[in-house]
Ligand binder design. Structure first.
Ligand SMILES: Cc1cc2nc3c(=O)[nH]c(=O)nc-3n(C[C@H](O)[C@H](O)[C@H](O)COP(=O)(O)OP(=O)(O)OC[C@H]3O[C@@H](n4cnc5c(N)ncnc54)[C@H](O)[C@@H]3O)c2cc1C
Length: 432
């Protein structure tokens, strides 16, 4: 029987395993390797960080789900990938061999690249549910003794949406508590302009997000590199268009949340601690073609945030290209069909669309956008805002969690969110 190993059990890995099972049934022996025995719905973490959700609300225990579906599962975690031997060494000392491997390990959070960054330093994080839970605890303390805040994303970050989501959700929460007037808030970002999002903007995200931030009294600094984070301040350098330093400043902050840059996870390094030659780019992101397949190791596929995508354009301060849920869904579908093709003796023919569709929730408002293709010039470049985006995000959370609990292979974005966005666009008369 064909052995397939899926590394990672997040937004990419879990649907990947479900789709493979649905397509291959008893033809394949599928095993998922994760580092935890639960799935976390990462997009809800900004809500966890302001205590609108408890950590347990956004987790699903995985062993029972996979057992029911007859998919092997271990939370031992991968220690080292050995692609020349078609094997993965696990942290518990065991080794799993495979005929096909799908890498869905998400990002390593590169907090170490900026002094003082990360939950072990002076910033809060929403990238992991444990970080968000910790941020939620500290949030209550902060609200008893409010002061200045900095929120944003550092140099090399690629995931900007959650920074906007968190900043605006924080404002919504502070307003509910009637203490917004005691919290000067500065948004610090490596993006060249507000609403760039690593994508050159989508529709009018620049105008919309600037307007929303003005309306919520949020100051911002763009083209910013974070030099250091301290317990009570953030030190940044702002850059000119030509990449020369413009101004350095220290911004007071008693509560800081900055999205880090990402790199590949350590199990993709060889025994000498170097990224495996031909498998990854110099940041450890997995090199794949549009069929989600690595060319040096053609029995290795990869989906999710861990794949290599070049930045959209050079910017004064480096920014990366985001990978969001809808794209990841399309990657999983392509990879699952291509592995089936190979097993059936056919050439793989399915390509991920890699389009970006995103719901950025602001608690009492939100921005939705569709970018097809992800990079301009686009066939569809559409954005819209309203309270309905908050409701759509809640629906996304509910559908995704249900999908994981029940082991459903149906795509969430394609099945639910795109239909809902289609109705909104038709009603708005903007059939872009
Ligand atoms: C705060 C935040 C909010 C976001 N909100 C949205 C949103 O609203 N909409 C949207 O479309 N996108 C959103 N994204 C972007 C994207 O959808 C998420 O980052 C998503 O979680 C990426 O899925 P993934 O499977 O690639 O990585 P992850 O979900 O991070 O999963 C990676 C998995 O790999 C496992 N793993 C890591 N190392 C190993 C190892 N060595 N061995 C075994 N397993 C390992 C991890 O434990 C985890 O299970 C958001 C991202 C962030 C950070």
């Amino acid at each position: 029987m064909t052995r397939i190993v899926v590394l990672g059990a997040g937004i990419g890995g879990v649907p990947m395993a479900f789709e493979l099972k649905e397509l291959l049934g008893r033809k394949a022996d599928i095993t998922v390797v994760s580092q935890t025995d639960y799935f976390q719905f990462v997009p809800s973490n900004p809500w966890v960080a302001v205590n609108w959700r408890k950590p347990a609300d956004v987790k699903v225990s995985l062993p029972e789900v996979f057992k029911r579906l007859k998919i092997g599962f271990t939370s031992a975690g991968a220690k080292r990938l050995k692609p020349h031997e078609n094997a993965v060494e696990l942290n518990d000392g065991s080794t799993l061999s495979y005929d096909y491997l799908v890498i869905a390990t998400g990002p390593h959070l590169a907090f170490d690249e900026v002094e003082g960054l990360g939950p072990n330093g002076y910033t809060k994080s929403v990238c992991h549910v444990d970080h968000a839970g910790l941020a939620g605890e500290r949030w209550e303390e902060f609200c008893k003794n409010p002061g200045p805040m900095v929120v944003g994303a550092v140099q090399g970050a690629s995931c900007f949406g959650p920074a906007y989501e968190y900043a605006l959700t924080v404002v919504a929460d502070l307003r509910k508590r009637k203490i917004r007037d005691r919290v000067p808030l500065t948004f610090v970002t490596s993006e060249p302009y507000i609403g760039h999002l690593g994508l050159g903007g989508v529709g009018d995200t620049k105008g919309m997000l600037e307007s929303i931030m003005r309306d919520r009294d949020i100051k911002w600094v763009t083209n910013a590199k974070v030099d250091r984070v301290n317990a009570d301040s953030v030190e940044i350098t702002e850059f000119n268009e030509d990449g020369t330093p413009k101004k350095s400043q220290k911004i007071a902050s008693n509560f800081t949340m900055l999205l880090p840059s990402f790199r590949g996870v350590d199990c993709l390094k060889d025994e000498d601690g170097k990224w495996i030659e031909g498998l990854t780019n110099p940041r450890g992101f997995v090199l794949v073609d549009r069929k989600q397949r690595n060319s040096k190791f053609p029995n290795i596929f990869s989906v999710g945030v861990c794949i290599a995508l070049p930045p959209f354009e050079p910017t004064p301060v480096p920014v990366g290209m985001p990978k969001t849920g809808y794209m990841i869904e399309s990657m999983c579908t392509a990879a699952a069909h291509n592995i089936r093709d190979l097993i059936m003796g056919r050439e793989p023919s399915h390509e991920g669309t890699w389009n970006a569709v995103c719901l950025a929730d602001f608690g009492d408002n939100g921005v939705a956008f569709i970018a097809q293709p992800q990079i301009p010039p686009r066939n569809v470049s559409w954005s819209a805002q309203g309270y309905w985006v908050h409701l759509a995000k809640v629906a996304y959370e509910k559908y995704f969690m249900r999908k994981v609990r029940k082991g459903l292979s149906e795509p969430v974005y394609e099945g639910v969110i795109m239909k809902a966005l289609g109705i909104v666009r038709l009603r708005a008369g903007k059939n872009a």
